[in-house]
Design a protein around this ligand. Structure first.
Ligand code: H2P
Length: 818
């Protein structure tokens, strides 16, 4: 079958591509090229490229049917894939031909690429990690399915008005999505609400049945994920919610037009919108329903595939491994138990063994407020049967603990899945940990802290179940696609193998670190990338920045622990020095920020306002803006990231130590030749170990010091009072200097810093400012800086997501890459 399919595959010559694009224009876009818009061309090119994946798709699906092959099911509420077209062209290895075909058709490929709406189905690092992992899984030929939700509206588009963030609905599907293929026949019923009822089965055993309040359906939408030049395609399978009965004819007949579609509207709400991170109260019920919805569809799908492969339930743990990307999908543990015990009538013990062997859990955060928990009444209302199952899991688990640690009631309380202090909650991280055979953190430090702190009792119980898998990012998208100049400079010297063998090959660049002509070429690339970014910011937003200045960039979700406001304080420090004519040692810099704040997170939004306010004040002050500029790049996403990482001289990774689980932006910057100013946190530590302490600007407290200071009583007001420079900076904000005299606007932020300063911004201030001074001095030595930049790139091989996926395969999934 698969060999027959190979024959119908379209060719990749320029002529064939051209013909194919024109064909799609006629047959899919349905227009004559004369009347084409750029978006029409984008659609035609996208269909042509997708077509080139289809033959491999079909043969890759055959591999998923192979009995002996273990499949990875990557369960994630977020997939931040980024635009597909450019990536698909690179991975299929047809960039040259497509470029030529476009030229012959008189269209500009770059403009076409810009037409793609980004599928923003994620908030930040977590969703983007899932996307990098799909790329690596496919490049390593591991059969995998990414399971998630096809949100109709992804992460909001961010606009900046009067310095404030304004959220705009992300209508990413409005112009159609040429990458997905809907599979109406792949649909599953998902029950919600209602009650449970006990009954006796034929063998006299006690069983439980769930009588739901309502049922919706999940329909599969598949997107091909191409590997790098390896003729392998994996699947991203996203579920859209639909009504089982979309139209009530009787209601319509009676003139009740709203009632006639009520069920449809209600059911479709489930996959309507991605919830931005850190919104703790809003939409909880919907969020839990979303999680259950996609997990239930995915597990039913996996059981269907199992059957298709001629395997039995006993084979499940050898046939598929489910990775829980954070706790969002962890209800899957109770759902698999329900399916096995209630629907397939498997014994509890056997079902539990199978479940534990099948799941593994990745933790992505230690922040208490981000560790998911659901109130019992809410849980019982939506998932009554799952709550019973969780009680049963918990009671069996706690009885084991009681046997192991007799009399240790405190431990029981700490480890229980149910949090019983005050109102009762289901702790999803405990469910995920207890129901998985492996638990991993995402950097060495993070895993250590998980073991010592958040999951300490579980680690003590089963130390062998804990692993570290340091995050990684794909060099295909983040170097080859988005930094083509650097990619070809690297390939000129060390060949092209680094694209798939980053760990072994990139290091070969080291030998050119002192080569002056190579250094010059390296600087030229950076300069061109910076100039491109400057043009883009000018063109889109009228911003004026100087490509000869040091580009100092912080792009990531806006959050107090990531400390964008620490960066802002340093800028004000420079502002003060310039105003006081103490400009000695100030290197011209452009500070670039980007990132979204959760809509309900007021302080984060105020930080955006502060950054913009400082930027505006400086823009209007020639005395200052000859030295420094501050810009906020609105709507930071993967697409905009394409212009940013490659243009950075300095990467800001300045989280409070112990708070950033890993970070992945830190990797993207360093791989693209930026030096890092960073704390001893997350993957920064491993990056520094690899690139060398001399090539990294480290400052501030480490995680142990942060803990100690907090335990001994931290008094930020004293820090402020005892540091004149810091005092001047804070007082200047307070005076209204950046807010046209308004002394109220930034008060909440200042009160938070002077009050309890939960993320130790003031404590780390002086160390940060001093370290920035070292950065400025280092930047002035062009040659030494270039050498450091080359060494950063050369030594970043470890941070390829290929390495991360190999780690998962070896230690957690027990899968051999193809
Ligand atoms: C989170 C963590 C990061 C981590 C990423 C992927 C949740 O992403 O905070 O430290 O690198 O997951 O593991 P983010 O903050 O970008 O939303």
């Amino acid at each position: 079958m698969s060999t027959d399919v190979m024959h119908i595959g379209p060719g990749n010559s320029v002529a064939e591509l051209k013909e194919s694009i024109l064909g799609h224009f006629c047959f899919d876009v349905g227009k004559s090229p004369e009347y084409a818009t750029l978006h029409d061309w984008y659609m035609a090119v996208a269909y042509s490229v997708r077509e080139r994946m289809m033959e491999h798709w079909v043969s890759s699906l055959e591999r998923i049917r192979d009995k002996h092959q273990k499949i990875v099911g990557y369960l994630s509420a977020e997939f931040l894939m980024g635009p597909h077209l450019g990536n698909a062209i690179i991975n299929l290895g047809i960039e040259q031909q497509i470029k030529e075909a476009a030229e012959q058709l008189n269209i500009n490929l770059d403009e076409i690429l810009q037409q793609e709406e980004e599928p923003g189905l994620g908030n930040g690092g977590l969703g983007r990690l899932a996307a990098c992992y799909l790329d690596s899984l496919t490049t390593l030929k591991v059969p995998a399915i990414g399971y998630g939700i096809r949100y109709e509206f992804g992460i909001f588009d961010q606009m900046i008005r009067d310095g404030w963030q304004v959220e705009i609905t992300d209508k990413w599907l409005r112009n159609g999505n040429p990458w997905e293929i809907v599979k109406p026949e792949l649909n599953y019923g998902v029950k919600l609400g209602g009650k449970t009822q006990g009954y006796t089965d034929e063998k006299g055993g006690y069983r439980v049945k769930w009588i739901p309040e309502y049922e919706i359906r999940g329909v599969a939408y598949d997107t091909p994920v191409p590997g790098y030049k390896n003729e392998t395609i994996n699947l991203l399978r996203l579920w859209k919610s639909e009504a089982t009965e979309s139209f009530d004819f009787q209601a319509f007949d009676k003139g009740d037009y709203y009632g006639a579609v009520h069920e449809k509207v209600f059911s479709e709400t489930i996959s309507k919108v991605l919830y931005p991170n850190d919104v703790s109260e809003a939409g909880k019920k919907l969020r839990l329903s979303q999680q259950y919805f996609f997990v239930s569809c995915s597990l039913q799908d996996a059981l269907r595939i199992l059957e298709l492969r001629g395997l039995s339930l006993d084979d499940l743990p050898d046939a598929v491994t489910f990775q829980l990307n954070d706790t969002h999908p962890s209800i899957a543990i109770a759902e698999l138990m329900r399916l096995l015990v209630d629907e397939y009538m498997v014994d509890w013990d056997k079902a539990w063994e199978c479940t534990r062997k099948t799941f593994a859990y990745t933790n992505h955060t230690l922040l208490p407020e981000a560790l998911e928990k659901w109130s019992l009444p809410l849980f019982a209302h939506i998932l009554p049967r799952h709550l019973e199952i969780i009680y049963e899991i918990n009671s069996r688990f706690l009885s084991d603990i009681r046997n192991k640690y007799p009399g240790d009631d405190d431990r029981i309380r700490r480890m229980s899945i149910i949090d019983e202090q005050g109102s009762k909650y289901v702790r999803m991280a405990h469910l995920a940990t207890i129901g998985s055979h492996a638990v991993n953190g995402v950097s060495a430090l993070h895993t250590e802290l998980l073991k010592q702190d958040v999951l300490h009792d579980f680690y003590e119980l089963q130390p062998d179940a804990f692993f570290n898998v340091t995050n990684g990012v794909t060099p295909r998208r983040w170097i080859k696609l988005y930094n083509p100049r650097l990619a070809s400079l690297i390939s000129d010297r060390i060949g092209e193998r680094w694209i798939t063998h980053l760990e072994t090959d990139l290091i070969n660049l080291q030998s050119f670190a002192d080569d002056l002509s190579f250094q010059q070429a390296w600087r030229d690339v950076k300069k061109q990338n910076k100039t491109d970014l400057a043009h883009l910011l000018k063109q889109r937003f009228g911003m004026n920045i100087n490509p000869d200045s040091l580009f100092d960039i912080q792009v990531k979700r806006i959050h107090e622990y990531k400390r964008q406001h620490l960066n802002a304080l340093h800028i004000i420090h420079l502002y003060n020095r310039i105003k006081q004519k103490r400009t000695d040692g100030i290197t011209p810099r452009t500070f670039i920020f980007g990132g979204k704040a959760a809509p309900a997170y007021y302080l984060a939004k105020l930080i955006i306002k502060l950054i913009n306010a400082i930027g505006e004040t400086i823009d209007n002050d020639p005395e200052v803006n000859q030295f420094i500029r501050v810009v906020f790049f609105p709507d930071f996403n993967v697409k905009n990231g394409a212009h940013v990482y490659k243009a950075a001289d300095l990467s800001e990774q300045i989280s409070t130590a112990g708070k950033e689980a890993s970070g992945t932006g830190n990797m993207k910057f360093s791989m693209n030749g930026a030096l890092t100013i960073g704390t001893y946190d997350g993957a920064n530590i491993e990056i520094m170990e690899c690139v060398g302490e001399d090539n990294f600007f480290l400052f501030g407290l480490d995680a142990a010091e942060v803990k100690a200071i907090k335990q001994n009583g931290y008094h930020p007001y004293d820090v402020y009072n005892n540091n004149n420079d810091l005092k001047e900076v804070i007082d200047l904000i307070q005076s209204g200097a950046f807010s046209k005299g308004d002394t109220n606007i930034f008060k909440p932020l200042i009160n938070s810093l002077l009050g309890d300063d939960p993320y130790l911004v003031l404590q780390d201030y002086q160390a940060y400012v001093d370290c920035q001074q070292r950065v400025s001095a280092a930047y002035n030595n062009e040659q030494a800086w270039t050498k450091m930049s080359i060494l950063n790139v050369a030594r970043m091989g470890k941070f390829s997501s290929d390495r991360s996926i190999r780690d998962y395969c070896e230690n957690i999934w027990h899968v051999t890459p193809g």
